[in-house]
Design a protein around this ligand. Structure first.
Ligand code: HEC
Length: 118
């Protein structure tokens, strides 16, 4: 193989690796969760999960502080409350269901809001 060709091969290999790394599952998940949270949750729950989003203040009941409310909850419980809404876990229906989120997205959100609350 001539050197130019060899270099091209190497270069395209490097591109593939770089793309592969930037789309690694962990970073996609983390980005995904914060983007979903910013779009669907922050207005009620607030940026730090304190329940002080612009809409949250006017709700009855108000969203709880995740640092307190998630303390003794399992991941399954949290996922259920997101997918099925407050009513799925015996809370208020003011917490809407997000049935359109995939299981992976819900899982990522669970991790995200647990960190917000710590
Ligand atoms: C319309 C406002 C609103 C939106 C939007 C909303 N929530 Fe809630 N959420 C609430 C309220 C209010 C409660 C508390 C219900 C109660 O205490 O009875 C709650 C409760 C919860 C709970 C149960 C634990 C707790 O703190 O009480 C979880 C988990 C949760 N929300 C996650 C989310 C996630 C994740 C999103 C975005 C995908 C979201 N919420 C979007 C209002 C909202």
């Amino acid at each position: 193989m001539n050197p130019v060709r060899a270099f091209r091969r190497l270069a395209s290999f490097a591109v593939v690796i770089t793309i592969g790394i930037s789309f690694a599952p962990v970073s996609v998940r983390a980005q995904d969760a914060s983007a979903i949270y910013a779009q669907k949750c922050v207005s009620c729950h607030g940026p730090q999960g304190k329940g002080d989003g612009p809409a949250g203040k006017y709700l009855n009941p108000k969203p709880n502080d995740f640092a307190v409310s998630l303390k003794d909850k399992t991941d399954e419980w949290i996922a259920k409350s997101i997918k099925g809404g407050g009513v799925a876990v015996g809370l208020s229906s003011v917490m809407p269901p997000f049935a359109d989120l995939s299981d992976d997205q819900v899982k990522a959100l669970v991790e995200y809001i647990k960190k917000l609350g710590s």
